[in-house]
Ligand binder design. Structure first.
Ligand SMILES: [Zn+2]
Length: 220
């Protein structure tokens, strides 16, 4: 079901139906939604959820407006250790960590401050980590047609760690390697060396988009 577009575009126009649902949820959890500490919770939760899913409304052209530059430069551009926060679409619980992006330009570069903004746009949606990683890589590929793009995301998943499910797997690394980062192992290793993954062992072997990561929580 589509969310009412008018409500999304006006974040301060509160949605009574959503607040009523949150009130019902509190009651179903065994709480008293009328007690002092909870009385304004539906309003706060609605506002928080709208912010945390505000990436659905973002227009990539607007985000990048005026921040594409023509260059005569073909060295690797790296933006690393960008914090991101997203929500697991299976549990609506956070997963968060660091995102590293690299590309090798042909004729255009993206203003450096816009890379974290692009990461926010795709993080502020209901996500799985692999799709988020691929979307960030693909939007850069489509926007500036570089020789290659690499995106690596390292994240902790609260839906796993808070619930005590397979704690050892609550930290996940995903990658998207496109163009020269896929075809040239030296380019890929140079990037992986520069970002020095927290999960260090992974840097030494070939990172390829994985099929299973991020879906482990789905059966629980
Ligand atoms: Zn989950």
């Amino acid at each position: 079901m589509m969310v009412d577009a008018a409500n999304r575009l006006q974040p301060f126009l509160y949605n009574r139906r959503m607040q009523e649902l949150i009130r019902q949820l509190l009651a179903e959890l065994g709480e008293d939604p009328t007690r002092e500490g909870l009385i304004n919770t539906p309003k706060r939760v609605e506002k928080a959820l709208k912010f945390l899913t505000s990436g659905y409304d973002a227009n990539i052209d607007d985000v990048l407006n005026g921040a594409l530059f023509t260059v005569d430069y073909s060295e690797m551009v790296i933006v690393k250790d960008v914090d991101f926060y997203s929500l697991c679409e299976h549990h609506l619980l956070p997963f968060f960590g660091k995102c590293h992006v690299a590309y090798i330009p042909t004729t255009k570069v993206i203003g450096l401050s816009k890379i974290p903004r692009l990461i926010d746009v795709y993080s502020r949606r209901l996500q799985v980590q692999e799709r988020l990683t691929n979307q960030i890589a693909n939007v850069i590929l489509e926007t500036i047609k570089p020789m290659g793009v690499a995106v690596v995301m390292e994240a902790s998943h609260l839906c796993m760690s808070m619930r005590g499910v397979e704690k050892q797997n609550s930290f996940a690394v995903t990658s998207a390697m496109l163009g020269t980062f896929r075809s040239d192992p030296r380019t890929r290793s140079e990037f992986l060396e520069l970002i020095k993954l927290r999960a260090g062992a992974i840097a030494s072997r070939e990172l390829t988009p994985s099929a299973g990561l991020g879906l482990e929580c789905v059966n629980d």
